[in-house]
Write a protein that binds this ligand. Structure first.
Ligand code: F6R
Length: 609
């Protein structure tokens, strides 16, 4: 996730306006920043890695001349944070500048083609191909308009993008386009803006036009023209008046970052399906070779590891050991060795306990693999191979979108390993891959259809003193995660167990009205979980069940239920089934008057042991 901005003004210098807009977009990414402007038919660029204030201090971004320009605040996806990889990117001739938010899936093929035609690339980003493709369009047709050159270019792109382009050949225009990454226009008095989000221009204008997927826009001082990328047809769309306060605007109208991030999950999950095959394959090769594999993490990331241990076992017949990082050294520090592989999972890549476990394992020559959300984090530096999960910055302290993204990446690894080891047929593989592709839409549907329902459940149970979360098989991980969310933001004590274990002790707590949340996908565990529900009901428990649509058997037993679409294979089920639990924790916190974004005593990145 990055932030893009473009501005064209009748009078005055645009650079300070871009700078301030990027500050308002900094929550979308903050590892590098850059601006490009045009003045006197010449392109001017300043960019570097670091936060906006740091880069501004060194380069004085506001000194760029001209009334038209673009800017970018980066959250690295391809290529580490560096001056060279910071946006804007330019073509060989230095006439075209582009900023981009998204991931170009076919950039490697396009880059090769362009290199064969003589283009010289400077960065390791996927974005740079766009600048060279536009240059190529000019080469093939010197009289082409910038808008048409961009149109030709975006038709060749696969993946997600919101881009803004300027060219010194047509110095009075900004061309922008969108596919699966957000893009909005702001209509000022004597100025026009394009941006990733409304907050970028809200202090300047509250008149906005939302651009939709598959649209290209040309901005000039005369106004804006929207066209469909597919057939160049003109689209007319009236502006909307935005009545958000600046605080609401940063959260895109959501009351809290946590809710915004819960809603971002379909988009983040789509991003995880665009990871570079090369890294997935490389990591799969290491997992395949390993004599023993430890999945090491803390908190929510540990729950992703727990779910992954079922995925690896069921799909690839690989036994893995999920270990809470703070226990790793005591438990395995002496036995871990050159034949051990550690897959460390950490959203931040900076969690002290996880890094301590990794360092201990490194000292004993174990192989370190990393899954993280932060390019350039310590975990990426100590890993032999790492994968960036592409969730964008997560601001709410409670992990939500980063958890489901981790699950999606881990499922892809398990699937690849299964294929490599010949453990599943091509038909099964095709089936599971197709299901994985449907997951973003399934998650979107759950949020759309069940949010109000979950809200009502939260209201009903707001005064409950304690909760039980039970699941079987892979749903045990979902139950643990549901419990953690509720504890950490709603401050409600909660207990989670594999459902089969509850009768070995915890059931003694249950009395009339004791709320028990059951995670009930219709997988092999369904029959037995019904037995566990009966056991709890017999002792007076109140049952809240997360079920598949149309699961009449559990519906009859439950006091309250929340439905998720049917047909999700068990190995993928934690992704949809955790969504109602995230919403439950969120609405319980809100019902109780707590701010879910900043739970007491917790930090987003725990850098102490
Ligand atoms: C819970 C939560 C924490 C983190 C844990 C590990 O919502 O966010 O439990 O999951 O501190 O953090 P990372 O994944 O950054 O290593």
């Amino acid at each position: 996730m990055c932030g893009i901005f473009g501005g064209i003004m009748k009078d005055g210098n645009v650079a300070p306006i871009i700078h301030q807009a990027l500050k308002r977009l900094e929550y979308r990414g903050y590892d590098s920043v850059g601006e490009a402007t045009i003045y006197g038919e010449k392109l001017y660029i300043k960019k570097d890695c670091g936060k906006i204030d740091e880069v501004h201090k060194i380069h004085n971004l506001d000194s760029l001349p001209g009334n038209i320009g673009i800017g970018h605040t980066r959250w690295a996806t391809h290529g580490a944070p560096s001056e060279i990889n910071a946006h804007p990117h330019i073509d060989c001739g230095g006439q075209i500048a582009i900023v981009h938010n998204g991931i170009i899936e076919n950039f490697a093929e396009l880059k090769l083609e362009l290199e064969n035609k003589g283009h010289i690339f400077k960065s390791r980003t996927d974005t740079e191909v766009i600048a060279h493709l536009i240059e190529e369009a000019y080469k093939n047709n010197p009289s082409i308009r910038l808008a048409d050159a961009v149109l030709e270019t975006v038709r060749k792109l696969e993946g997600s993008y919101a881009i803004a382009v300027i060219s010194s050949r047509e110095p009075n225009k900004i061309v922008c386009a969108r596919n699966e990454s957000p893009l909005v226009l702001g209509l000022g008095e004597n100025a026009l803006y394009c941006a990733s989000d409304i907050p970028a221009f809200l202090p300047l204008t509250n008149k906005a036009v939302i651009i939709e997927d598959g649209e290209l826009v040309t901005l000039s001082l005369e106004g804006y023209e929207i066209r469909k990328i597919a057939d160049s047809s003109i689209v007319t769309r009236a502006p909307k008046i935005i009545d958000w306060t600046p605080e609401m605007a940063v959260k895109q109208g959501y009351p809290h970052f946590m809710l915004k991030e819960i809603h971002e999950q379909p988009a983040c999950l789509r991003n995880t399906l665009r990871l570079q095959e090369h890294y997935l394959d490389l990591m799969t090769t290491f997992l395949d070779r390993a004599r023993e594999v430890f999945l090491v993490a803390c908190g929510t990331s540990y729950h992703a590891c727990l779910a992954a241990s079922y995925m690896f076992s069921k799909l690839a017949f690989l036994a893995t050991y999920p270990v809470i990082a703070s226990e790793f050294i005591e438990q395995h520090g002496k036995s871990v060795n050159i034949e051990s592989t550690i897959l460390a999972v950490s959203q931040s890549g900076e969690t002290a306990d996880t890094l301590a476990a990794v360092n201990a394992a490194r000292q004993r020559a174990a192989t370190i693999l990393g899954l993280t959300n932060v390019v350039g984090s310590t975990l990426t530096r100590v890993s032999r191979v790492y994968i960036i999960q592409q969730s964008g910055p997560e601001i709410g302290v409670a992990a939500t979108k980063t958890f489901t993204s981790q699950l999606s990446v881990l499922a892809q690894l398990a699937l690849r390993l299964a294929k490599k080891r010949g453990k599943i047929s091509q038909d099964e593989m095709d089936f599971l891959e197709a299901k994985l592709k449907q997951i973003p839409d399934i998650v979107a549907k759950i949020i759309e259809k069940q949010e109000e329902n979950v809200k009502a459940v939260a209201k009903k149970y707001r005064d409950a003193k304690v909760f039980f979360f039970l699941g079987r098989g892979i749903s045990t991980a979902t139950a643990y995660e549901g419990r953690l969310k509720l504890i950490e933001i709603a401050y409600v004590p909660a207990i989670a167990f594999p459902a089969g274990e509850s009768k070995h002790g915890p059931i003694s707590l249950v009395e009339q009205g004791f709320p028990v949340v059951f995670i009930c996908p219709k997988d092999e565990t369904h029959r037995t979980i019904i037995g566990n529900i009966m056991e709890m009901k017999a002792r007076g428990a109140t049952i809240i069940a997360i079920i598949e649509e149309g699961d009449e058997e559990v519906k009859k037993l439950a006091d309250d239920y929340i439905e998720v679409p049917k047909g999700v294979p068990d190995v993928l089920s934690p992704i949809p089934f955790v969504i109602p639990l995230q919403l439950l924790a969120y609405y319980m916190a809100v019902e109780k008057g707590h701010n879910p974004d900043v739970p007491k005593n917790l930090a987003k990145s725990v850098t102490v042991k």
